[in-house]
Design a protein. Structure first.
Length: 127
């Protein structure tokens, strides 16, 4: 089960954020999805997740996410990832500086895409 959950979370990140494929929301995300550390000013549940993915794709059209570590046990998955992209569109009302962005963060999912938590501080650098 752990390997299947890891594959689901990896596919979720790849399809939704890297490719911008919103069609996978209904397939991969539970109807009662809860983000326990939601970004500001977004609605709860799938609607907020859809807006977040759209905002990232619009702001960083060359967005890439590399998995540094993926650990699973039972129905829980933790992923440490590095996200990079060129800030080319508005991002939380911040105009684009057209600079490269790099962020390291960890996320935790349960069941495997029914709940999520962002863990720790996002470490962000600009090039």
């Amino acid at each position: 089960m752990s390997d299947a959950n890891k594959a689901t979370v990896k596919r979720f990140v790849e399809e939704l954020f890297v490719k911008g494929n919103l069609d996978v929301l209904d397939e991969l995300v539970a109807d009662d999805y809860v983000d326990h550390t939601p970004p500001p000013d977004l609605p709860p549940g799938k609607a907020g997740l859809e807006q977040l993915a759209t905002m990232f794709r619009n702001a960083f059209p060359d967005l890439a996410i590399s998995e540094e570590d993926v650990i699973a046990e039972g129905d829980k998955v933790v992923m440490r990832q590095v996200t990079t992209g060129t800030h080319q569109g508005d991002f939380w009302a911040s105009p684009p500086p057209a600079r490269r962005w790099r962020c390291t963060r960890s996320t935790s999912s349960g069941s495997p895409t029914a709940r999520s938590w962002s863990i720790g501080v996002w470490r962000t650098t600009w090039a």
